[in-house]
Design a protein around this ligand. Sequence first.
Ligand code: C5P
Length: 226
Amino acid sequence: MTVSIPPVIAIDGPSGSGKGTLCKRLAQRMGYHLLDSGALYRLVALAAEHHGVGMENERALADIAAHLDVQFLPSDDSDKVLLEGEDVSLAIRTEAVGMNASRVASLTLVRRALESRQRAFAEAPGLVADGRDMGTVVFPQAIIKIFLTASAEERADRRYKQLKSKGLDASLADILVDIKQRDHRDESRTVAPLRPADDAELLDCTHLSITEVEQKVMTLIRNRGL
Ligand code: C5P
């Protein structure tokens, strides 16, 4: 009996490049599952805060990652994320949690603890995986790999508007500093650094609308026969 492996579409790129929106749209169009891997790192950071675990305590953070009690409840308008039964959908999206997520994400034991959890999302009929190392580490067999990028200024502006639309407090200048810091940390870490896979398509969306990006990626997907 042959076991068919569900197709994976891996979308990687820096913070605020529009991966989240793109992946959600692609998953909806294809009827595929969606993995928001950044949310897992954000959840580890938030759980650590709740349990009083410091960002330097790698073993305890890896333990939190391995036993993360989380539920993703998809919906059409805004997805719900429950951590230990509590709705943390908004709490995980703050810039402070994002910054701590990028700290925990630089720890080898934490990344290792989240690997099998991420791979388990690859179920029939297929998966759209959003992250930094989807094409390089977690799903090297992905049938399509996209590296989506945009200038830091454009990404900061988009993040600012996104936070404001959710009613969260935000400063554009602070967001730009955070984005540059996070880019640096993600690109320079020794474990699973942010970089395009050798076989990834590079897509710079600084001057593209989300609909234009979606069309380009859908063309790639259709060209692969999916
Ligand atoms: O994508 P998002 O901003 O939600 O991710 C939060 C942080 O988690 C990122 O800044 C990055 O450091 C980390 N991350 C990662 N690998 C992934 C997804 C996210 O290192 N696959």
